[in-house]
Design a binder for this molecule. Sequence first.
Ligand code: ADP
Ligand code: MG
Length: 271
Amino acid sequence: MMKTDRKSLSTHLKTRHPFTLTVTSGKGGVGKTCISVNLAIALQKHGISTLLVDLDQGLANVDVLLRLCPGNTLHSYLDEQSSLEDCVQKGPEGLRFIANRSGKEGSRILGLKELNGIIHDLARIDCPPEVILLDTGAGISETVLSCSAMSDETILVTTPEPTAITDAYAMVKAIHRKRSSAVVHLLPNRVRSIEEAHKTTNKLTSVAKKFLDFDLCNFGWIQEDDMVQQSVQKQVPLLLESPGCPASRNIRFLAAQMSSTIRKHQVLNND
Ligand SMILES: Nc1ncnc2c1ncn2[C@@H]1O[C@H](COP(=O)(O)OP(=O)(O)O)[C@@H](O)[C@H]1O
Ligand SMILES: [Mg+2]
């Protein structure tokens, strides 16, 4: 079904296991794609080679935010119309990304086996990435839950709105049901104050602990910032368009934390 380059067993054994990070949410439109793109750029700026994969199966738009043509998408590879290498495009700051197709009804469900196959193959491309960041679609679906289940860690984005928090909790329940050992970082986005960020985080961590005995991790927050909309309008990533704005500073803080987690993971798994 999927094309895998044949390499010798010795090369296979030496292959590094990339750190895999899923970005997801319950409710749509909470900022997953903006965060994925900018977090990926921030990690790349930390010297961590990063590959961003658009796994929004219905409404893919990473390419739009990067003002790049989708070209060969992940589906070209899954349909055996192109090699995985031919789907990898170059983005800003040396970031690489794989686009997905948008606007197709009845989007293909990707289960654990298929997703593990993709990650396995991505670990074997030329100059394999150290991090694979998966930007998923909103809502509870087999693809999103499988992404989270096979990732090293998951970032669950929510806004402080009660509807987004309710949907985030529904997602926490579904992720926990699928893999109770999942590492889930909560990320409140569009917060107007630190108090609002803490309130959002506390609500979710306390219900997850009480009803599921599941510990969610705190991962910081991202402020409401008009520069985010402006950067989307211009199709220039926020970190490049307004590196000094509050949301950019928040994202750099998250990337600094994530990069130390990634370095630890590399020491434990590869060396
Ligand atoms: N921190 C923020 N401050 C202000 N607006 C934001 C922020 N984060 C996201 N947005 C707005 O939300 C919109 C949707 O974001 P997007 O990343 O496409 O959401 P999702 O991928 O979750 O559907 C963006 O186009 C932007 O206008
Ligand atoms: Mg999106």
